[in-house]
Design a protein around this ligand. Structure first.
Ligand code: ZN
Length: 413
């Protein structure tokens, strides 16, 4: 699937050295360095195209965009792969509810998502892959799991035995009862009769009446969600033979920790023997009026609606970056107004001939980002620079600071 247009990212001057990026890893609960590499592999779980793009999505994709930007600024290449779950139960349910064709609903929401990503200055993935176009790879992945003896059928559906992976549970670190509870809440079917373990994950769903299906060796049907990401990641990340893991960063919102990321990691490990990710990185949830923003609660704030109201996309980006990416927090108009004010002040200051020294500010922004993407600290450095400029300090380069903010934070003036 085509992603959205590429962005020009200004290079940083070579006198700014970037240290090894350290990121929080959910599996170990540690902030640990990624390690220096020439090529990084990032796999980020994309949307199911029926409620694009609410601020929770935006917060997630901005976090991984910051990682992408930082790693590129070190001079490395980033093979960034993102999927789009363009066939799944929630999409079909929404299409049925609204009386529209599921393909039309997916298409319109994918286009909306892309235009939101363009507005928010998110670098497009190198590979943007839909579940439907990845069905041949999914079928191959299921066959590979079958060869390992980890797949069984319940009626016409196929399930992956989660306990075949001895590391199952080590990425999410939940108790069995917590796993069962969350599995039931997030699309799992722990009570389905005939399963060997209630947590076993659906990999192929036989075609149901009035639902689409694709032919395969296992009959006509469609992929399960977790095997989709596993198959896409393993096929598009160019995993070198000497790599210990399949991917450097596995990413998504924290609501994907379990079951989605645990399941796709277990399946991937059973296919190629490698631990799936070096870092499992998760963005926090964005709420509204005291509740988590979600389709089921109907309290979604859409990026496209804010843009229609005339809000500045760069201010939306800055408002989201004013909180740490891992923190769950409430979206408030106050944050957006504050971001609009800061952007305005920055634009005025950056248009001056004489500004406060900028090298130290750029170095501080780099240091803040290197420490698990500490954007609140980076933004506070910008405020310090503004105050110094407004106090009459001189000696900086407004052009260089403007470019560095674009390169590292994705805020273009
Ligand atoms: Zn995924």
């Amino acid at each position: 699937m085509k992603a959205w247009p590429d962005l020009y990212i200004p290079p940083l001057d070579t006198r700014f050295s970037l240290s090894d990026l350290a990121l929080h890893d959910t599996a170990t609960s540690l902030i640990k360095p990624l390690g220096r590499k020439d090529v990084y592999r990032i796999y980020v779980c994309g949307i199911t195209p029926y409620d694009a793009t609410h601020l929770g999505h935006a917060n997630t994709y901005l976090a991984f965009d910051l990682i992408n930007r930082y790693l590129r600024a070190t001079g490395a290449q980033v093979n960034f792969v993102e999927n789009i779950t363009d066939i799944d139960d929630p999409l079909l349910e929404r299409a049925t509810r609204d009386g529209v064709d599921w393909k039309d609903l997916a298409h319109s929401q994918i286009e909306l998502f892309k235009s939101d990503m363009v507005a928010l200055h998110v670098i497009p993935p190198a590979h943007y892959i839909g579940a439907v176009e990845a069905i041949p790879e999914v079928i191959d992945a299921i066959k590979a799991l079958q060869e390992k003896g980890t797949v069984y059928s319940v009626d016409q559906d196929l399930y992956f035995e989660v306990r075949s992976d001895s590391a199952f549970g080590t990425r999410s670190n939940l108790s069995q009862s917590e796993m069962l509870e969350i599995f039931a809440q997030r699309g799992g079917d722990p009570l389905k009769p005939g399963k060997k373990d209630p947590l076993d994950a659906l990999v192929w769903l036989a075609q149901r009446p009035n639902e689409p299906g694709w032919s395969s060796e296992f009959g006509v049907g469609r992929p399960g969600w977790h095997i989709e990401c596993c198959a896409i990641a393993l096929n598009y990340l160019d995993i070198a033979a000497d790599e210990q893991t399949s991917v450097d960063v596995q990413g998504g919102g924290s609501d994907l920790i379990f079951p989605h990321h645990e399941m796709s990691a277990a399946q991937s490990k059973m296919i190629n023997g490698r631990e799936f990710a070096t870092h499992y990185v998760h963005a926090g949830m964005i709420g509204l009026d005291g509740e988590k923003m979600s389709k089921s609660k109907g309290n979604l704030v859409l990026v496209s609606n804010l843009l229609k109201e005339g809000r500045d996309a760069m201010a939306i980006r800055l408002a989201l970056l004013s909180h740490h990416y891992r923190s769950d927090h409430m979206w408030t108009d106050h944050d957006l107004v504050a971001a609009e004010g800061l952007l305005n002040e920055m634009r005025i200051a950056l248009s001056r001939m004489e500004v406060a020294p900028t090298d130290s500010t750029i170095k501080e922004i780099i240091a803040a980002l290197a420490n698990d993407l500490d954007t609140p600290r980076a933004i506070s450095e910008l405020r310090n620079w503004l105050a110094a400029t407004n106090a009459g300090k001189v000696g900086g380069s407004p052009g260089e600071l403007s470019r560095a903010i674009d390169t590292l934070l994705g805020i273009a003036f």
